[in-house]
Design a protein around this ligand. Structure first.
Ligand SMILES: [Zn+2]
Ligand SMILES: [Zn+2]
Length: 164
């Protein structure tokens, strides 16, 4: 909040009045400051307010330019750099997943896009699926045979009991 300020001289005579706008301008006027041989445009509090004392400068993690930190967890100079860094991070994690792998079906070396990709192509994937279907069908038949055998044995036992 700013109010008009009257400045009096030693005799109690009004020397000048400073308007609210003028005060505001004085308080937060844009000013370029040279730091480490570089010119940094920023707002500076002329009267050394709390904001002035807390001024922190960082190098943007993306473009390496120096900027004035405005929020406590800010590491990029702008929203732009923030977005760019985000995309680069994403691209990095994607590329780290893409690696050479050997197809378990045909033995060809291919670029695996997912960490759990084991087959080079749809053809090999289908081949693998069909085989696993066959395997599970065989297992199912075996299981049924065993179950049938157990059932037979049980009913035989029952028959023997009822007969005896
Ligand atoms: Zn930047
Ligand atoms: Zn293959």
């Amino acid at each position: 909040m700013f109010y008009e300020v009257r400045v009096y001289d030693g005799n109690g005579k009004l020397k000048k009045t400073i308007s609210e706008e003028a005060l505001h301008e004085r308080h937060w006027r844009p000013e370029s400051v040279v730091q480490d041989g570089k010119v940094i445009p920023h707002l500076v509090a002329e009267n050394g307010s709390h904001k002035d004392r807390k001024r922190v400068y960082l190098h943007c993690k993306q473009c390496k330019k120096e900027f004035m930190k405005l929020s406590f967890n800010q590491i990029y100079c702008s929203q732009d750099c923030n977005e760019k860094a985000k995309y680069e991070r994403l691209a990095k994690t994607r590329s780290s997943v893409s690696k050479e792998a050997k197809c378990v079906e045909c033995g060809n070396v291919f670029i695996s896009k997912r960490s759990n990709q084991k087959r080079c192509s749809d053809t090999c994937r289908r081949r693998g699926n069909r085989r696993s279907c066959k395997i599970s069908a065989a297992r199912y038949n075996e299981k049924r045979k065993i179950e049938q055998a157990i059932r037979n044995a049980k009913s035989e036992a029952n028959n023997e009991q009822s007969n005896g």
